[in-house]
Ligand binder design. Structure first.
Ligand SMILES: *Cc1c(COP(=O)(O)O)cnc(C)c1O
Length: 375
């Protein structure tokens, strides 16, 4: 089976992890700082906070943004469920706004129509690895006095108008799950231009515990003393996994380049295949292409998907609109509320895309897809 995504672990990664395992720190040691620094040098901004997953990163970002009871988060339904569920865990509500038909990223006009005085956060998703319309979304968020959170789980290494993803939105989140561009097995991170928001992320990652003497409320408790100033969780990334991440990050540029080459190749190969539509690439941004979703006629999507799977091509569908999941349906969300995203869902198939995908395998995927669609 050719999978839809796959990680790569090389000898350098194994050596880095082994060194971490033999050190004094399995967690919360110098390798987390190293990883945060290396990530910061890629994504820019005032700093990064490594956490235990992309889901933890979203929960941390929303908590740092102050999402709580009475607050609403406006986001896209065409995302992994965590973009929405993390906001609900903060006690907030979620409003789904529709996407742009060309890029399947959040439509700024739909967001503008969806914001209310309760909107605390607009959460964009860089669908498939192409940055959303960040400038317009920032403008809409500013007008609503909300923060822009960017779920860049797909877009590490992408740029928007020459600026790296991670230094544009108020808070940007990343995932390092093995299918993502670089991996720490499980892991995630938040980046921001705002040191105050980063402090709030660090506090949330580790129980809201304060050790800094200057900030203690009860200064005379004793030399052992540390105190809790806010609620948080254990969302720390272990040193062992940070070591893997730092090693993987050295290949980020090569990985993104290879993904871009494969995407250009897919586009060329598919140009002659009738009934296949690719995402539109905006000229002012360089996508990192985590996924390569294509759209086929809705009436033939299922048979096409099944044919590909039967022929050993591990295709996927990203995503069932979040508000169609039974949990959300029972909360009262209605089908039909985001017609562009819902129509796209009915047509989407993600083709295999990962740096070690061979050109021969890619040719095979296209041949099998074309075969499935032949009238
Ligand atoms: C992968 C992903 C997440 C969740 O990341 P985990 O590391 O699996 O928790 C969130 N949002 C999007 C868009 C993702 O692709």
């Amino acid at each position: 089976m050719i999978p839809y995504g796959r990680h790569e672990v090389v000898a350098d990664d194994v050596a880095s992890v082994t060194k971490a395992l033999e050190s004094d720190f399995l967690t919360t040691g110098p390798r987390v700082d190293e990883f945060e620094e290396a990530l910061g040098s890629v994504v820019g901004g005032a700093g990064t906070v490594a956490v235990s997953s992309g889901t933890a990163a979203l929960h941390t970002a929303y908590a740092a943004a102050g999402v709580g009871p009475g607050d609403d988060v406006v986001t896209s339904p065409l995302t992994f469920v965590a973009t929405a569920s993390a906001a609900i865990f903060c006690g907030g509500t979620v409003t789904f706004a529709d996407v742009d038909d060309d890029t399947l990223t959040l439509d700024p006009d739909a967001v503008a129509a969806a914001v209310t005085p309760q909107t605390r956060v607009v959460a964009a998703i860089d669908y498939a690895g192409q940055p959303a319309d960040l400038e317009q979304l920032l403008e809409v968020a500013r007008r609503a006095e909300a923060l822009l959170v960017e779920d860049a789980s797909h877009a590490l290494g992408a740029t928007y108008r020459g600026q790296p993803v991670g230094s544009i939105a108020d808070l940007t989140t990343f995932s390092f799950h093995p299918v993502k561009t670089v991996t720490t097995a499980e892991g995630g991170a938040v980046s921001s231009n705002d040191p105050h928001l980063l402090d709030r992320c660090r506090a949330f990652r580790s129980h809201g515990i304060v050790r800094d003497e200057a900030r203690l409320v009860d200064k005379d408790e004793g030399p052992w003393h540390q105190e809790v100033h806010s609620l948080g969780l254990n969302y720390r990334m272990p040193d062992v996994l940070a070591a893997l991440g730092t090693s993987q990050l050295r290949r980020l540029g090569a990985y993104v380049d290879r993904r871009r080459v494969l995407v250009a190749r897919y586009r060329a190969l598919l140009a002659d295949v009738e009934d296949v539509r690719c995402l539109v690439e905006r000229p002012d941004r360089e996508a990192a292409w985590h996924l390569f979703p294509v759209r086929v006629p809705g009436v033939r999507r299922r048979a096409t998907f099944e044919h590909l799977r039967a022929q050993g091509v591990g295709v996927q569908v990203h995503y069932l609109p979040v508000h169609w999941h039974p949990y959300f349906r029972e909360m009262g969300y209605q089908r039909g509320s985001c017609p562009v995203a819902e129509a796209a869902y009915g047509e989407l198939i993600s083709l295999p895309l990962y740096p070690t995908l061979s050109e021969a395998d890619q040719d095979r995927v296209v041949t099998i897809l074309a075969e499935a669609l032949r009238p």
